[in-house]
Design a protein around this ligand. Sequence first.
Ligand code: NAD
Ligand code: ZN
Ligand code: ZN
Length: 373
Amino acid sequence: MLRASKALGSFISTPRKANILRTMATFSVPQTQKAIVFNELNGPLEYKDIPVPKPKPDEILINVLYSGVCHSDLHVWKGDWPVVPKLPLVGGHEGAGIVVAKGDQVTNFEIGDYAGIKGLYSSCMSCEYCENSYEPNCLDAVLTGCQHDGSFQQYATANAVQAAKIPKETNLAEVAPILCAGITVYKALKTAELKAGEWVAISGAGGGLGSVAVQYAKAMGYRVLGIDAGHKEALVRELGAEAFVDFETTPDLVEEIITKTKGGPHGVINVSVSDRAISQSTQFVRPTGKVVLVGLPPAAVCKSDVLSHVVKSMQIRGSYVGNRADSREAIEFYTRGLVKSPIKIVGLSELPSVFKLMEENKILGRYVVDTSR
Ligand code: NAD
Ligand code: ZN
Ligand code: ZN
């Protein structure tokens, strides 16, 4: 172990030296910052000054430069789900930025590193699920932008174990959507257990999750059929879908999908916020195929006709964000250039209008907020 006993200059490699220099770098952290805060569910989204949080011993403080806006942020604000958020709350869970401070137990991040805020803030790391790397399924999981203040602020704390590593040369605005949308759909595609050359239908293909799902699916070797509103077809095809079905105008959507995929897709990734679309996917999936549930319409039930479910021997599986390995792999697909981020950047103060567009199903790709305005 030379490095402990010899002078740094002679035995430490250049990248390691850069790391050490970065460790010594300091950032001046202000006392207050801009954030979007709400005090009650479905209440006013206030753009205002709030204190900058201090990192706990196991946390890093990230200067969030950009944050994606996920439909889950809208669900949380509206109170669509049984999960009770902390109030007042700063939402957001797709934050990308720079580590500007850290707690004294943190050894895996240095000041100046790029880091990402994910949906999973922390899990207990000692239960059966955590032991088996099902961290999101931990009964004590804490969610960012729900139970812990998230990325719709300029400075956010993140648990250092769960925070995502982002390589230094990465475009922080473009990588932001990978931190929830990318990780989630990559995991969902793994959950569908498809073989290269098989068909996968992405229901909700033109939205935030869908637009990256199409690309991950293509990169993983699958044939993609996208389902969404007709005005999103051009983008969905450009991102790699071989076939497209317009859910608004197609008279018999189930028949059309079965015809286009010559027997139904082998897998379906449901990322729409529509229970009708989810139940339809059990009808058009190919016998022995897998229906993966990802989108979370409030109080939705997936209806599957038992006789055809049995005769087709199909499977319905839930998929929920991803663990640390899924996260690293999903980011690697992005940094290798296999997945592009179809984003539109607006100011953080414009978040309420993004939520409005989202509610009206008008989002094409992903909106990313720039926290400096
Ligand atoms: P989004 O609003 O960006 O996209 C939804 C898309 O679905 C839109 O393009 C919309 O036009 C389309 N759509 C609506 N009705 C449809 C229908 N009947 N058929 C096909 N497409 C239809 O939302 P998003 O950010 O991509 O999130 C999608 C859902 O996934 C949300 O419910 C969100 O909470 C959920 N989500 C789940 C997880 C998870 O881990 N399971 C993670 C992140 C997000
Ligand atoms: Zn999300
Ligand atoms: Zn656990």
